[in-house]
Design a protein around this ligand. Sequence first.
Ligand code: ADP
Ligand code: TYD
Length: 208
Amino acid sequence: MGGKGLFITLEGIDGSGKSTQARLLADHLRAQGYQVVQTREPGGAPGAEDIRALVLQGDPDRWSPETELLLFTAARRDHLEKTILPALNAGKIVVCDRFADSTRVYQGVTRGDLRDKVDELHRLMIGREPDLTLIIDMDPETGLARAKGRGGDEERFEDFGLDMQRQMRAAFLDLADEFPRRCRVIDGNRPPEEVAAEVNAHAEAALL
Ligand code: ADP
Ligand code: TYD
């Protein structure tokens, strides 16, 4: 890895199994002797976690898509400065549950039609893409049922329903076509260990 670390992100609709796979991948890589930082968005640093609570809790119409874009980008900038870049500069592997592709899909396509602004803010304030992005593809009904089954108080987005889950799935698959060098699509409609085997294989290929 030449001392520069490896930045891996997991993406996909709500309930697709990203957090499960992020944990399994981090465990697998640690067992191989790698130093791994497992993190998530929105959040992943103390300030960014405060922004997470603001943006994920409350009424669905609490924030406009434009305000959401600013909040997610602010959280990402803090996460990048405090967690991601220091780990990569120390030669570690960063496994991150969601990153800028989620903003491209949610604020760019489904919750707002803001893709140009998403890209402009990304260029100005983030300017870093993952080395490898694993998109866990999932039937929208199953994803929604899984996400709802989890409960909790962070359901501001899941309240938007099945139609939006369908659009999100299509938008993630479009991103895989747009960024073929770093994106891999993985079928998430299988037992977690089977999905994990494919996730591990892609990560190991990127480490060669
Ligand atoms: P996400 O982070 O994408 O929202 P999670 O990893 O939190 O998804 O998974 C959502 C729910 O589905 C959890 O209850 C989890 O245990 C379950 N789950 C995750 N992966 C699978 C799978 N491959 N098959 C069945 N259930 C799964
Ligand atoms: P997350 O906790 O990963 O939800 P889940 O585990 O259900 O997939 O993310 C919370 C929500 O935030 C999710 O619905 C997607 C949304 N989100 C955006 O709209 N834009 C973003 O930039 C990010 C990172 C997340």
